[in-house]
Design a protein around this ligand. Sequence first.
Ligand code: ADP
Length: 178
Amino acid sequence: MGFQANGIEVEVVQGDITDQSDMDAIVNAANAELRMGGGVAGAIHRAAGSELEEETRPLAPINPGEAVMTSAPNLPNRYIIHCLGPVFGVDEPASTLLASCYQRALELAEDAGLESVAFPAISTGAFGFPMEQAAEVASRTILARSGSLQSVRRLRWVLFSEEDRILHEEVFESVLNA
Ligand code: ADP
């Protein structure tokens, strides 16, 4: 499903973050050490291979709410933006830290002059952030930042399950089409 926010195209799709060949950058739901891990980080590092860990090692560790950018070895994208989301119930304030991930990712994409970025639902897996609340943070951050984006014109949220995709569509619709 597609939305608009201040002229930015915002898509919500079901799929795999490593399979977004038409996007300049994909976002990794990283761990502090910027290593393989499970979920999104596992899928990205498996696809990218050891070259990626060589690039991330000197950048680690990062703090919740922070993001760093690397190249995207063996992936169809130009860059990977690694975001560390909050562990729900541990890193507080959780919503502010999650919003910071999305903002920092958008800033890095702008600084690199990128046109398109695909995001997973950061923190909603192993880190336990409730899916609906995470979708609200994501869509509100888009709304707040979209007016100042210049190079970035397309954003995509890639949800693994149909249930998560439908929930994101509903929340994005109510926040972006309000
Ligand atoms: P975190 O540690 O930040 O919670 P996870 O990678 O554990 O990150 O999960 C984040 C979200 O990404 C979860 O909703 C999970 O279902 C989803 N997910 C897992 N693998 C993929 C993938 N390959 N592509 C897109 N989304 C994925």
